[in-house]
Design a protein around this ligand. Sequence first.
Ligand code: ADP
Ligand code: SF4
Length: 695
Amino acid sequence: MPRNPHYDVLFEPVRIGPKIAKNRFFQVPHASGMTNAAPHVRAAFRGMKAEGGWGVVCTGAASIDPTSDDSPFPCATIWDNADIRSHALMTDAVHAHGALAGIELWHGGAAAMNRTTRLPALSPSGIPWMATHVPFMSSARPRIMDAADIRDLIRWHREAAVRAEQAGFDILYVYAGMGYLPYQFLMSDYNHRTDAYGGSVRNRVRLVEELIDAVREATHGRCAVALRMSMQELSTRPSDVAPSEGHEVIGLLRDAPDLFDVKMDYSATDCAASRFTPEGSHEPFVDFVRTLTDKPVVGVGRFTSPDTMVSMVKRGVLDFIGGARPSIADPFLPQKINEGREEDIRECIGCNICISSWHDGVWVRCTQNPTAGEEWRRGWHPENLPKDGTGKVLVVGGGPAGLEAALRLGQRGFEVSLADKAGDFGGRLVWETQLPGLRTWNRVADYRLGQLRKMHNVALFPASELSAQDVADFGADHVVVATGARWLKRLCGSNELPSVDIDGPNIFTPDDLARGATPEGPVVVFDFDNYYLGSAISEGLASQGLDVHYVTTAGAASAWTFMTNEQPLIHQALARRGISYRTLQIVTGFDGESVHLSQIFTGEPSEIAAKSLVIVGQRQGGSALFDELTTVRGDASAIKSINLTGDANAPGAIAHAVWQGHRTAREIGLNPEQIRIGRDAPFASRDFADAVLRS
Ligand code: ADP
Ligand code: SF4
């Protein structure tokens, strides 16, 4: 298909100082969890986006000096010449596809507590970053920078810029956002200095200006210099001479960098989850920047719609369409638009599993794109699979795992049949995405079904419950069982070990609600799963007018969503819907009138009057169908392999199910020697990485 001419503007080349980007698709710096110890993994991950058509592809933060050490979070370094070769693999991979390579030179200041290097953290005025945010907190406090420290900081940027150019980067970032050191100088909250770097906006901007000059001079104007700034707070602060301090800062810096990269200040607003925040949410905070400078501006907002992208350019909000999550979910997004294949875009669902990987300290994972982070280690390409499949495969269960398995088996060339007992494909998504805020997640099913319906070698059988005999009679060469997991009516002990099973007329699990059960209020939702579902169910029940009490073993509602940037917004949503919540409690019993609780540490008993109890606790996989099939396999010997996958194999988040389904589909029909596992390792030392680079 030819490209829709309406989208031509997205493919115009744009100048960035001394460099020219071939189009407006700009993969802004984002965390990948890939440090210098995994150079091939990183190069393949970033290179894939260049292959997919992104005109600019950047690293994540690269620390410029040991005084900026983000551990335990994984962070790249550009500390010395040994780091150059590691980054050069990435720039080569990006240049191979005609894209520009950018590096985010990073000094975290008080936001990096140097847990490994043990050097005192630096700050303008000794004020810790996120002092109230316990998980990021350190018991160490930053030191106040003196004039020599400021000179050092400028020198570190200059030296890092030289190394970055040697590594092949085209665009060098000065990073004054998200609480990091130059940002702390910009913000009066963190900068109480009385020297030339503190006080007025003019003085607070001085450091950023000097860093930009240092980076430009270090590379003698050969590299483009980008300035990344957070505008959320600055754009709401009053100024004596401009509509806001943000306006004043941009006005002072209007000619300094070759590119402005503008964003929000906090992870939860910058990388906002779709459950609470729509596409394009940054616009009100950054839309003025373009009016104050002639330099190109890039911004993000989980853009997946080409119409929205065109509108951003045509309305003069942005020159470049920034992408972090959309580029992870679909590295080939630009190419698909270019080829008139918009309906093939694998749209980011805004679940933030990707950011949770960084919080976990591991390579990036993605719900929509199971190949993210596996490009080199497993050799997985997000679009191209080997066309090596012969024979028939029957996939039983069309949830996230079964849909992904069927799609990838179809792409390999197998003759695929996908059956589900439900009338609609999507498995757990069918019901869960009807809960408040979760509609966007249905893109997991929509994308796969859209692709499957176009494939001539795939047949879909909804409303088809299959028994072991049905499967044996089907005559498939390979069988994939992706029949999902079930929620248990089981409580937990104060030590969080599973305890007694519980049952009764008004006790429900999410499976019961999905089947249409209607609890009577008041209802207690007891959550020790601690991800999104307990709070989403609470929201759903409250939206039906029920009086809902949320109870959890954890210290906060949906405690694990701290990892996905959703937790503060979940608390706000519970408050908005009038849902009371109790933390650090276990449910010990329910008599039909009251739910009995016990404080998790002290054992202090209490109760909540309730007519119903919903338990969102433990899920169990396993499949009677699989067990029966593997038992009768002697009789059904025509079946070459029977594969259990997804939640039926091991329950988890949707991302885990999709990854399992993908892996199953990749490996069916292969023998172990044909399955690649690359040698970069997340735990590898830099010596190991050097050895890998030499090999
Ligand atoms: P996963 O997340 O692993 O994909 P889900 O629970 O979302 O798991 O989906 C499992 C799907 O399997 C559901 O849609 C369910 O209807 C289907 N299923 C379960 N048992 C059978 C069966 N015997 N025959 C056909 N479909 C089944
Ligand atoms: Fe988008 Fe979720 Fe993938 Fe992140 S993990 S890129 S939010 S789909």
